[in-house]
Design a binder for this molecule. Sequence first.
Ligand code: NDP
Length: 306
Amino acid sequence: MKACILSGKPVAEQIKNEVKEEIRKLDFRPVLAVIRVGDDPASAIYVKNKIKAAEEVGIVSEHYHFAEEISQEELIKEIDKLNENPEIDAILVQLPLPRHIEEKEIFRRIDYRKDVDGFHPINAGKLFQGRSSLAPCTPAGVIELLKRNGIQIKQKHAVVVGRSNIVGKPMAILLLREDATITICHSQTKNLFEITRQADILVVAVGKAGFIRSEGIKEDAVVVDVGINQIKDEKKLGEFFDGEELEKRIEIFERRGTVVVGDVNPKEAMQKASFLTPVPGGVGLLTVAMLMKNTLKAAIERRANL
Ligand code: NDP
């Protein structure tokens, strides 16, 4: 094993403690509305974790759970109510939404001042122009993870694999803001692994289990694995893990019938990279911590202008 594990836990705890400390000094408690549609089990877990983190830091959370069949118009009406409610500081819509609802329309509708996911076009535009904004939580969390571990971003070649509006694109913009030289790869990129092999910092957000293997990693690269994928075939676990980690994952599989892995093959990456974020326990924890930070920021800025 060569790489250091870049755990998300200490940095996430640090950020949450800072938020808690700030909230203690306020004469109000920020209120976060969390919307969940349908019964996707993974979404239920994400929402539970977000509500738990809110409680920990002193944010009041309100959970709105709608049936899978809710129409786009009805959901928009619910969002309008939250937009107009002066008590609500922040609105989060848990993804994925059912197919009949257009995510873009939903994100456009949320009051951009309450948009703690940073997906509203106004917030995306501000981010693009380098103005202060509510930046999407996952990529903002990656930046915090790197900086607070003393990993230099400035002047490094950062390669981002994935160009979604939620992760890949804002990730690239935030790395650019930190003076990295950036390359963005996607499904149409030719000779992708030749490019990823040039990365000092490699951020992978593709949604394909173990997509990045040894051949795609430069010696001593910092590898950030954003992916969350489920492995449902126990026989595959040996491709991803060995030794004690394999035993641990087999035990998890036997209890749950599934194991979460990222977009990077950890067994191979550990031999090549200097740092690797684990899945779970890496970027996901930062996403939740940054949601708390964004909720506090949204609350302070909006209430200052009431
Ligand atoms: P999307 O499906 O929206 O985007 C995936 C991106 O990967 C696209 O840009 C796509 O390219 C690219 N891609 C797909 N296949 C390939 C390929 N073969 N070669 C190169 N690029 C490819 O996913 P998200 O960005 O929303 O999420 C990515 C992953 O991150 C998922 O596993 C998701 O679960 C996870 N995630 C984790 C979070 C966390 O907190 N840890 C938060 C959010 C997401 P193209 O644009 O050309 O189609």
